[in-house]
Design a binder for this molecule. Sequence first.
Ligand code: NDP
Ligand code: 8X3
Length: 253
Amino acid sequence: MSKTAFITGATSGFGLACARKLADVGWHLVLTGRRASRLEAIQEELSAQTEVLTLTLDVCDPVAVQSQLDGLPDAFSRIDLLLNNAGLALGTELAPSCDLQDWHTMIDTNIKGLTTVTHKLLPRLIAQGKGSTIINLGSIAGHWPYPGGNVYCGTKAFVEQFSYALRCDLSGTGVRVTNLAPGLSESEFTLVRTGGDQDAYNNLYQGADPIQPDDIADTVLWLATLPPHLNINQLELMPVSQAWSPFSVHRNQ
Ligand code: NDP
Ligand code: 8X3
């Protein structure tokens, strides 16, 4: 029997690559995002391979999440994998120069949106039991602070700790939970973060051989198809080009 994945943020980047990868191996898909035209195109592309349901959904709207997920058709009601991927960073400024609305949007999306979807789908995952999987997109930003990371770093630290705490609460249900924490990865993420600055995008990735969405899709497929007695609690990935810097020390202030 085919398995079903529910993917938030399937209109680009990691989410789209995961949808394609899972379709290749016969998973049924519930794909969500705000951009309806992209969802339509993806449905057209992937429905030749597998069963696809698309939902135009803003994870920041809890009423819409509730009603859309209550209305899942029977054919998609069994969820084996929840990929909590929708998320964003806004801005690269230091905290004193940041826009408060940007901070709130990151919290609303990366924390409140992720928890709303999780809360709503938990009963379905628990009903599935052993082998069902929640993969939350954390980030190295949740582990390693950097200038200009401020609230984005905070939201991803939340995702990590929430993932661990969920594991405690789901003990005995068979549902596994992984915090997947990539580093520098090439996607629209950087255009969203910089308000569409193509030069910033080019400069960030130029010569860095960053992680690609397909790399994340391979990792997600591996996580979701591990033997059901195994749980990867945390998986942090970086491109080989990326490494830590020394602590900064500001002298004589
Ligand atoms: P993209 O910008 O390519 O994709 C983000 C996805 O999230 C889009 O499909 C977007 O869809 C969706 N999304 C954003 N806001 C909402 C919302 N309010 N409601 C529903 N969907 C939303 O970025 P990535 O694929 O790179 O990022 C995916 C995840 O991975 C994010 O959580 C990000 O923080 C994390 N990550 C990214 C890294 C990177 O360097 N790229 C590294 C580490 C983690 P739409 O606009 O159609 O709603
Ligand atoms: C995205 C990775 O380092 O840009 O989560 O914050 S980073």
